[in-house]
Design a protein around this ligand. Sequence first.
Ligand code: GTP
Ligand code: MG
Length: 174
Amino acid sequence: GNSDIDSKNFRVKLVLLGDSGVGKSCIVLRFVRGQFDPTSKVTVGASFLSQTLALEDSTTVKFEIWDTAGQERYAALAPLYYRGAGAAIVVYDITSPESFNKAQYWVKELQKHGGPDMIMALVGNKADLHENRSVSSQEAQEYAEKNSMFFIETSAKTADNVNQLFEEIAKRLP
Ligand code: GTP
Ligand code: MG
Protein backbone atom coordinates (compact mmCIF):
# COMPACT_ATOMS: atom_id res chain seq x y z
CA GLY A 1 0.00 0.00 0.00
CA ASN A 2 0.86 3.65 -0.10
CA SER A 3 2.74 4.47 3.07
CA ASP A 4 1.47 8.05 3.08
CA ILE A 5 -2.05 6.78 3.21
CA ASP A 6 -1.38 3.86 5.54
CA SER A 7 0.67 5.71 8.13
CA LYS A 8 -1.02 7.03 11.24
CA ASN A 9 0.13 9.90 13.37
CA PHE A 10 -0.82 9.99 17.02
CA ARG A 11 -0.32 12.64 19.62
CA VAL A 12 -0.32 12.05 23.36
CA LYS A 13 -0.01 14.25 26.39
CA LEU A 14 2.35 12.55 28.82
CA VAL A 15 3.19 13.54 32.39
CA LEU A 16 6.14 12.46 34.57
CA LEU A 17 5.63 12.33 38.32
CA GLY A 18 7.85 11.24 41.19
CA ASP A 19 10.02 12.41 44.04
CA SER A 20 12.65 15.11 43.54
CA GLY A 21 15.96 13.66 42.38
CA VAL A 22 14.71 10.35 40.96
CA GLY A 23 15.76 11.38 37.47
CA LYS A 24 12.58 12.48 35.67
CA SER A 25 14.29 15.35 33.84
CA CYS A 26 17.24 13.12 32.95
CA ILE A 27 14.93 10.48 31.46
CA VAL A 28 13.30 13.15 29.31
CA LEU A 29 16.66 14.64 28.28
CA ARG A 30 17.90 11.17 27.34
CA PHE A 31 14.79 10.45 25.29
CA VAL A 32 14.58 13.84 23.56
CA ARG A 33 18.25 14.74 23.07
CA GLY A 34 20.16 11.53 23.72
CA GLN A 35 22.14 13.24 26.47
CA PHE A 36 22.78 12.84 30.19
CA ASP A 37 23.47 15.70 32.59
CA PRO A 38 25.15 14.61 35.85
CA THR A 39 24.60 18.16 37.20
CA SER A 40 20.88 18.28 36.32
CA LYS A 41 19.12 21.12 38.19
CA VAL A 42 15.90 20.59 40.12
CA THR A 43 12.87 21.43 38.03
CA VAL A 44 10.91 24.52 39.01
CA GLY A 45 7.16 24.20 38.40
CA ALA A 46 7.32 21.99 35.31
CA SER A 47 8.99 21.92 31.95
CA PHE A 48 7.60 21.03 28.56
CA LEU A 49 9.32 19.15 25.75
CA SER A 50 8.03 17.22 22.79
CA GLN A 51 9.47 14.34 20.83
CA THR A 52 8.15 12.26 17.98
CA LEU A 53 8.79 8.54 17.93
CA ALA A 54 8.48 6.47 14.75
CA LEU A 55 7.31 2.90 15.24
CA GLU A 56 8.18 -0.05 13.00
CA ASP A 57 4.84 0.04 11.20
CA SER A 58 5.45 3.69 10.14
CA THR A 59 3.09 4.98 12.80
CA THR A 60 4.42 8.08 14.50
CA VAL A 61 3.63 9.20 18.02
CA LYS A 62 4.25 12.75 19.12
CA PHE A 63 4.80 12.86 22.87
CA GLU A 64 3.91 16.18 24.47
CA ILE A 65 5.83 15.77 27.69
CA TRP A 66 5.19 17.57 30.96
CA ASP A 67 8.15 17.00 33.26
CA THR A 68 6.89 18.02 36.70
CA ALA A 69 8.85 19.25 39.70
CA GLY A 70 9.16 16.62 42.42
CA GLN A 71 9.85 18.95 45.32
CA GLU A 72 7.02 18.91 47.85
CA ARG A 73 6.27 22.62 47.46
CA TYR A 74 5.10 21.95 43.88
CA ALA A 75 2.84 19.00 44.67
CA ALA A 76 -0.32 21.09 44.41
CA LEU A 77 0.49 21.94 40.78
CA ALA A 78 0.51 18.33 39.63
CA PRO A 79 -3.19 18.17 38.64
CA LEU A 80 -2.58 20.93 36.09
CA TYR A 81 -0.23 18.57 34.30
CA TYR A 82 -1.85 15.16 34.68
CA ARG A 83 -5.37 16.35 33.90
CA GLY A 84 -6.23 15.25 30.37
CA ALA A 85 -3.00 13.29 30.04
CA GLY A 86 -3.15 10.10 27.97
CA ALA A 87 -0.15 8.62 29.72
CA ALA A 88 1.72 8.99 33.00
CA ILE A 89 5.20 7.85 33.96
CA VAL A 90 5.65 7.46 37.70
CA VAL A 91 9.34 7.34 38.54
CA TYR A 92 11.27 6.19 41.60
CA ASP A 93 14.97 5.60 42.23
CA ILE A 94 15.86 1.91 42.77
CA THR A 95 18.27 2.95 45.55
CA SER A 96 15.60 4.87 47.49
CA PRO A 97 12.71 3.17 49.31
CA GLU A 98 11.31 6.63 50.18
CA SER A 99 11.01 7.41 46.49
CA PHE A 100 9.17 4.11 45.95
CA ASN A 101 6.69 5.13 48.67
CA LYS A 102 6.27 8.47 46.95
CA ALA A 103 5.64 6.70 43.65
CA GLN A 104 2.80 4.78 45.29
CA TYR A 105 1.34 8.07 46.51
CA TRP A 106 1.32 9.36 42.91
CA VAL A 107 -0.26 6.17 41.60
CA LYS A 108 -3.11 6.56 44.09
CA GLU A 109 -3.54 10.19 43.16
CA LEU A 110 -3.73 9.28 39.45
CA GLN A 111 -6.22 6.51 40.18
CA LYS A 112 -8.43 8.97 42.05
CA HIS A 113 -8.13 12.00 39.80
CA GLY A 114 -6.62 10.90 36.47
CA GLY A 115 -8.59 9.88 33.41
CA PRO A 116 -9.93 6.29 33.38
CA ASP A 117 -8.02 5.31 30.23
CA MET A 118 -4.69 6.79 31.21
CA ILE A 119 -1.75 4.52 30.39
CA MET A 120 0.44 4.28 33.47
CA ALA A 121 4.06 3.19 33.67
CA LEU A 122 5.99 2.50 36.85
CA VAL A 123 9.66 3.23 36.28
CA GLY A 124 12.57 2.28 38.54
CA ASN A 125 15.33 4.63 37.40
CA LYS A 126 19.09 4.65 38.15
CA ALA A 127 19.32 0.95 37.31
CA ASP A 128 23.06 1.50 36.80
CA LEU A 129 23.34 1.88 40.60
CA HIS A 130 22.32 -1.76 41.12
CA GLU A 131 25.00 -2.24 43.78
CA ASN A 132 23.01 0.13 45.99
CA ARG A 133 19.63 -1.29 45.05
CA SER A 134 17.07 -1.17 47.86
CA VAL A 135 13.80 -1.69 45.96
CA SER A 136 13.57 -5.16 44.44
CA SER A 137 12.38 -5.58 40.87
CA GLN A 138 9.97 -8.24 42.02
CA GLU A 139 8.28 -6.02 44.59
CA ALA A 140 7.87 -3.23 42.06
CA GLN A 141 6.65 -5.62 39.35
CA GLU A 142 4.00 -7.03 41.68
CA TYR A 143 2.86 -3.57 42.70
CA ALA A 144 2.62 -2.51 39.04
CA GLU A 145 0.59 -5.60 38.11
CA LYS A 146 -1.86 -5.03 40.95
CA ASN A 147 -2.37 -1.49 39.72
CA SER A 148 -2.67 -2.28 35.98
CA MET A 149 0.55 -0.51 35.15
CA PHE A 150 3.51 -1.72 33.22
CA PHE A 151 6.88 -1.79 34.92
CA ILE A 152 10.34 -1.12 33.59
CA GLU A 153 13.72 -0.26 35.06
CA THR A 154 15.74 2.41 33.27
CA SER A 155 19.00 4.25 33.48
CA ALA A 156 19.02 7.78 32.12
CA LYS A 157 22.77 7.66 32.63
CA THR A 158 23.51 4.62 30.43
CA ALA A 159 20.32 5.01 28.30
CA ASP A 160 19.27 1.50 29.28
CA ASN A 161 15.54 0.95 28.52
CA VAL A 162 14.73 4.65 28.05
CA ASN A 163 13.57 4.33 24.43
CA GLN A 164 11.85 1.06 25.31
CA LEU A 165 9.84 2.89 27.98
CA PHE A 166 8.38 5.30 25.41
CA GLU A 167 7.91 2.53 22.84
CA GLU A 168 5.89 0.50 25.35
CA ILE A 169 3.66 3.51 25.99
CA ALA A 170 3.23 4.11 22.26
CA LYS A 171 2.21 0.47 21.73
CA ARG A 172 -0.50 0.77 24.36
CA LEU A 173 -2.15 3.86 22.89
CA PRO A 174 -5.75 3.31 21.87
P1 GTP B 1 13.10 17.24 40.30
O1 GTP B 1 13.18 18.09 39.07
O2 GTP B 1 13.54 17.97 41.53
O3 GTP B 1 11.75 16.63 40.49
O4 GTP B 1 14.14 15.99 40.12
P2 GTP B 1 14.25 14.99 38.87
O5 GTP B 1 13.44 13.77 39.14
O6 GTP B 1 13.94 15.70 37.59
O7 GTP B 1 15.80 14.55 38.91
P3 GTP B 1 16.93 14.86 37.82
O8 GTP B 1 16.56 14.27 36.51
O9 GTP B 1 17.26 16.29 37.83
O10 GTP B 1 18.14 13.98 38.40
C1 GTP B 1 18.60 14.12 39.73
C2 GTP B 1 20.00 13.57 39.89
O11 GTP B 1 20.04 12.20 39.62
C3 GTP B 1 21.03 14.23 38.94
O12 GTP B 1 22.22 14.40 39.65
C4 GTP B 1 21.20 13.21 37.86
O13 GTP B 1 22.44 13.32 37.24
C5 GTP B 1 21.01 11.89 38.63
N1 GTP B 1 20.47 10.83 37.76
C6 GTP B 1 19.36 10.89 37.00
N2 GTP B 1 19.15 9.73 36.36
C7 GTP B 1 20.16 8.91 36.72
C8 GTP B 1 20.50 7.55 36.40
O14 GTP B 1 19.84 6.85 35.63
N3 GTP B 1 21.62 7.05 36.99
C9 GTP B 1 22.40 7.78 37.84
N4 GTP B 1 23.46 7.19 38.37
N5 GTP B 1 22.10 9.05 38.17
C10 GTP B 1 21.00 9.60 37.62
MG1 MG C 1 13.37 17.59 37.16
